[in-house]
Design a protein around this ligand. Sequence first.
Ligand code: NAD
Length: 495
Amino acid sequence: MADMFKNYINGIWKESASGETFERRNPANGELVATYTKGTAADVNEAVDAANTAFKSWRLYPAPKRGEVLFKAARLLEDRKEDLAREMTEEMGKVLDETRGDVQEAIDMTYYMAGEGRRMFGDTVQSEMKNKFQMSVRKPLGVVGLITPWNFPMAIPSWKMMPALIAGNTVVIKPASFVPRSTIRLVEILEEAGIPAGVVNIVLGTGGEVGDALMQHPDVPVISFTGSTETGKTISLAAAAHNKRLTLEMGGKNAVIVNDDANLDLAAESILWGAFGTTGQRCTATSRVIVHKSVQQELVNRLVKGAQSLKIGNGLEAGIQVGPQVSEGQRATTVKYVEIGKREGAELVIGGNIATGDGLDNGWFHEPTIFNNVSRDMRIAQEEIFGPVVSLIPFEDLDDAFSIVNGVQYGLSAAIFTQNVNNAFRAMQDIYTGILYINAGTTGAEIHLPFGGTKATGNGHREAGTAALDFYTEWQAIYVDYSGKLQRAQIDPVN
Ligand code: NAD
């Protein structure tokens, strides 16, 4: 019998009044992983009420003390890292090394934000007038609604939850329905670490019902969303209608430039990892390789050799490098784009098929796939695929390469491989993405720098680092006049 998981509302694990459930099966073999209560708008209302009540005291609980709860949670995450990673692979599909990395990101973020509890800096500045003191302080916003995707089941919830909590907000989170268990574990750990009832709540269920109920609720002034650009647009409209503060982290079409002066071995290794790690299902996955014509064939040879040697299978088994896709639908999208690429006249150099045999038939596996001689306007060079497919686009002039990188609707991550420092600085100047790597692939962000993208990838906010605190707090400017008389700013002279 698989475990049955419930909502967590006001410090109590409880089933939805709907009485309905949904299940999740292992994408590598179809085995039942867990059953979940299926939440409704009524559960969201109850969770928001609890979070609203808890906000009254949590906002006044000193930030260093909130930090102590987070420190304890971080230590518990560390102690349980291996079990949490195994569970995540079973539910989401990515290989064990990567789910360990996912949990590690949550550990890092939790420690980092715990430390922020003792900083939370504002400014103290001199007044234009005598006997007047002034400063700025961060204030929490209230109940924060968090809506998360399935590809980083613990890291992304932690990026949102920890800065929200350390700043004094309370939280209602709705995880993606493919992977609720990792987020539930995070909430269990916060509970064990001593988070008061109502401060963190989780409601499981569909985006259309539970997610939308969060969007519509008048007592949720803030929403943080990570997911597809399509859903993000719907969310954006709902947020505007209710005047909610909103952060959106959405799709990507990330590119690596391989210049003629690149270390080709390093570039090839990084591209294989960026394109086929997490089976291509990272928002920062390498989806385009913009390669100088003079090294194109050599790079293709290396990539094909590397892709051939990748071991596909159940991510819990030793030596496996490419797991299944998260679902049948996600794999169908990959299949669809492979067909589109072929029809558009791109040259398929390896892969292109559903992966079968050898224990793969009951999972959502797809071969690592490389298209060569892709042109910049083809759909496979423009649209997010979110599967193990990468397209090589040749160039001759570096300025042209920059314009190809920038010539998509997204702007999350990009990279350049070059041994020439001038070219590296030109890339820093001319590439317009939220994240840029020099001589490293498009994935691998660390939690203490701002994370997010330009253009259709986001809406101008950033997660992680202290940038996250800017989203989860409001500035209050405080002026204290102790002169005992009316001092009119900009009007009265100093005397
Ligand atoms: P998705 O948009 O399908 O779902 C994301 C979340 O939104 C889920 O929890 C879903 O249930 C919820 N949702 C769906 N419809 C909703 C609605 N109408 N109202 C409220 N909530 C709703 O995305 P996904 O398939 O889970 O994730 C993959 C996508 O996420 C990719 O496009 C990827 O690029 C993106 N992503 C972006 C980043 C980033 O930081 N930029 C990181 C990871 C993933």
